[in-house]
Design a protein around this ligand. Structure first.
Ligand code: ZN
Length: 476
């Protein structure tokens, strides 16, 4: 009996011990969980490693005397803590911004500011920054506990070049005698390469081109004087450098006023009925309306769009002068209409439309060969509404000639042509009553009077003479 009692006691002691061990394991596990979970949580949340983000608005590589640095900073997880912008130059640092953001309201919560925008004005005069290279440094930190409670850090560096001086523009050409509807040339020298330079005629800008002279600072700018231009709107040359510094230089000029012809064109029903058929497929053509309305649509809206297409070729110009000597006039041709003729269109005794004729109409016999007026490159050869089949030749530096109403075109864009090369045959395509050539010239985006370019002495006095003068006096 005694043996069995002893065995029972030992069993009970073993069970108690077992229970105590289980409790201990459970308590340890609980304790562990109570410690590990918060620690893990703190590590995950408070020691997060996501870096703040700087979004810098584009800055030009070359900056002027005054400019703004703008952008955004962002930190989604811990919130923004510090943001510093400094300009470093020759080992010297100038702090442009030093901002500290509000901290977390409780030690477990994240910073108050997630997003911020910045706009920092920089003035080289105020900060005594000299022209030349410098580095902009952006440092942003967040409220993470990483890096010994300093937070995650993002650093951006951006190289800039200060250019605080406006370019100098010196006019080299003299005596600019121009006419309403005419052409002109200004030759100037720039003190530094510029992103844009040329001549302003009122609100019209004509770019200058480099490369004609061995001196790479000398530019040629051909310009047009619009037919209605008056002296109230001044002419001047202008240049803008990469940093945005700009300069203006006035030049002496004399503007001759011109009177242009007035003309009345009578429209017969048979002309309208035949001609308007050609335009039926033009978008917006009012086919359900009377022929008079259809003509008005073609003569105003379509004319405007056609002119835009033609003048848009001005931007395709090459930076070299292709032409030489006086421009050729269609041989054995009688003039039918002049440059800048103001036309009233009459139908059944009533004036129904107006237009200004920005070229010269020349007629000889039917389907006659049309020669190129001067050397150049074909930049356009296609059908253009009222002008019919049209060829546009680039003579370089923005000077172009056009040939309209052609029956047939024999050249294609990219072809080089010499003066008198045949480019097509005359015809009546477009708004043409009889077989004739519509010859026009323009500079950059404005039609000019071709009569000047047909005249060898005008060219010598106003263009080539000036180029020679600059060549002798300044291109050294
Ligand atoms: Zn014409």
């Amino acid at each position: 009996m005694a043996g069995s009692c002893e065995a029972l006691g030992a069993d009970m002691r073993f069970k108690q011990k077992e229970k105590g061990r289980k409790l201990k394991t459970w308590l340890i596990t609980l304790l562990c969980l109570m410690v590990i979970v918060p620690v893990a949580w703190v590590c995950f949340i408070k020691f997060e490693g996501e870096k703040p983000v700087i979004e810098l608005s584009p800055l030009p590589a070359v900056v002027p005397a005054k400019f703004d640095i703008t952008g955004k900073v962002h930190d989604a997880r811990s919130g923004l803590k510090k943001f510093q912008i400094a300009l470093c130059r020759d080992g010297k640092e100038t702090v442009l911004l030093d901002k500290v953001y509000d901290g977390p309201p409780g030690w477990l919560k994240k910073g108050r500011v997630i997003d911020d925008v910045f706009k920092i004005p920089v003035s080289s005069a105020k900060n005594q920054f000299l022209d030349g290279k410098a580095t902009l440094r952006f440092i942003v930190r967040d409220y993470s506990w990483r890096d010994w409670w300093n937070g995650n850090k993002t650093v951006i560096e951006k190289e800039i070049v200060f250019d605080t001086k406006a370019p100098q523009l010196t006019i080299l050409s003299s005596q600019h005698n121009v006419s309403q509807g005419g052409s002109g040339l200004v030759i100037y020298r720039l003190s530094e390469p510029c992103v844009k330079s040329g001549v302003m005629v009122g609100n019209d800008f004509f770019p200058g081109y480099v490369g004609h002279f061995s001196d790479k600072n000398i530019y040629l700018a051909f310009f047009a004087v619009p037919i209605g231009h008056t002296n109230e709107k001044r002419f001047y040359a202008t240049a803008v450098d990469a940093a945005g510094n700009s300069t203006k230089s006035s030049f002496y000029y004399h503007l001759k006023k011109k009177t242009f012809r007035k003309d009345v064109l009578k429209l017969s029903d048979s002309f309208l009925n035949t001609k308007l058929l050609e335009f039926q497929d033009i978008p917006g053509f009012p086919s359900e309306k009377p022929v008079v309305d259809q003509f008005m649509f073609i003569n105003s809206e379509v004319r405007k769009k056609n002119n835009q297409i033609i003048l848009g070729n001005g931007k395709k110009t090459d930076p070299q002068i292709y032409w030489e000597g006086a421009f050729g006039r269609m041989p054995n041709a009688a003039p039918r209409a002049g440059f800048a003729d103001y036309r009233d269109y009459e139908h059944n005794g009533a004036i129904i439309s107006h237009a200004v004729h920005m070229g010269i109409d020349l007629a000889s016999t039917q389907h006659v060969e049309i020669p190129a007026a001067n050397n150049g490159k074909i930049v356009f050869a296609d059908y253009v509404g009222i002008y019919g089949n049209l060829v546009c030749i680039d003579h370089g530096y923005g000077l172009m000639s056009i040939y309209g109403h052609l029956n047939q075109i024999t050249v294609k864009p990219g072809d080089m042509v010499a003066k008198n090369d045949v480019i097509g045959y005359s015809g009546t395509t477009g708004m043409a009553g009889g077989d004739h050539l519509h010859f026009g010239m323009f500079i950059d985006h404005i039609f000019v009077n071709p009569i000047e370019w047909w005249d060898a002495s005008w060219i010598a006095n106003n263009i080539t003479g000036k180029i020679k003068e600059v060549q002798t006096s300044f291109n050294k």
